[in-house]
Design a protein around this ligand. Sequence first.
Ligand SMILES: [Zn+2]
Length: 467
Amino acid sequence: MKRFAVASALILSLVQAAQLSGQASPDWNALARESQGILSDYLRVNTTNPPGNELLGARFHKNILAREGIEATILDTTELGPNRANLYARLRGNGTKKAIALVHHIDVVPVTPASWSVDPFSGAVRDGYIWGRGAIDMKGHGIAQLMAMVALKRSGARLTRDIVFIGNADEELGSMGAIVFVNRHPDLLKDVEFLITEGADNVLDSAGKVVYFGVGVSEKRTFWQRLTVNGVPSHGSRPTKVNPVPRLVAALYKISQYETPLHVTPGVDRFFRDIARTYPEPQRSWLSNVRVALDNPRAREWILSDVTWNAILRNTISLTGLSGSNKTNVIPGVATAEIDVRLLPDQDTTEFLRTLQGIVGDTAVHFTHLGNTKAPLESPIDTDFFHAIERAAHDREPGAFVTTPMETAATDRPTYRKVGITTYGFNPFKVPRAEIQRGMHGNDERLSLDNVGYGVRFYYDILRYAQ
Ligand SMILES: [Zn+2]
């Protein structure tokens, strides 16, 4: 009797919950098939950057959204140049909570068609995969976002948060799409609390089961520098004291010998603690407290031997470009070098430049800042949206955990972070690392048909849980 009462109370509360959310659950198989077809079509839209042609992709989304009764706007066509555009759409909630933005980039990197097994812009379906440039980076991801939003609209779910859908131009080259969008449309973003886009990967075991889901909370910042030394040009047969090349080489040697201090940020600390469980002893103990482990020579050597781990534990400097004379017998009037500096999110650029100048110790070596250094990115972990991602992840893979790797490369996230939005990097699919390595910016990029439905439903759950 008691058991019956509990059961009926539970059923009643489930019914009430369903009524409250006003939701009819989607037909997942039908939605997956529909999404696969849409991804295939999207891959046929050639948005290779350069030149981009993102306007075609923006129109593609606008048409689909119009059919669903979701208004979309094509923006920034003048600012971005011929056939280029950003796309913006919004599914309205009741406004009691702030909005969530789903962001993907419409452009893709160029292809070498001869190296592909299929036409990279055919959207071919073969061997259980949808093939094409952008399948992984990141048109597949964009379609998972789009169709999750469409499914929420169709279900009639009562949303407390608006869902904003943004397609940006030019992520793969100059990031002008996101930069122009943020600068020109602060009004469209002012109520956005959370934003989700690319910038993390999930790690699978050899059987294809998820070991952990990565949610990117931070990324390194580029702080590129050009070093210039001026001298006096003359004939190489008579060495002089005013040859700029040895002076530059001496500066570069000092930089190459400089070991930047190790520094553990909160997200990286958590990342190591999280993944510790996947290692045997003594590595497990080392990773469980990486700050302490870095004082232990054996642990330190092992941790820093991983190039990614090394890069998330310190500011890094790679010596890359170098130029002096283009003739063996000419002492040049100027010698230059370029260095790829990447800073941890909490570092001060002015201070780091002073450190570099101090290491070089030669005022004849001039430093010029190249490119624009983006705003620091370190998003909080203890938020409603992060917990929604965790919950959706645990639903589908109870044995997996969620962790917070730092991105060593650059994404559009800092551009949005600059205006106060909490941004997360995410990947809604289960793709083996080898597949990502091969396909992303490489040849035969493809996404499994199963992953399409998986990604749409993953996003749908995250958006529902975040209400
Ligand atoms: Zn990308």
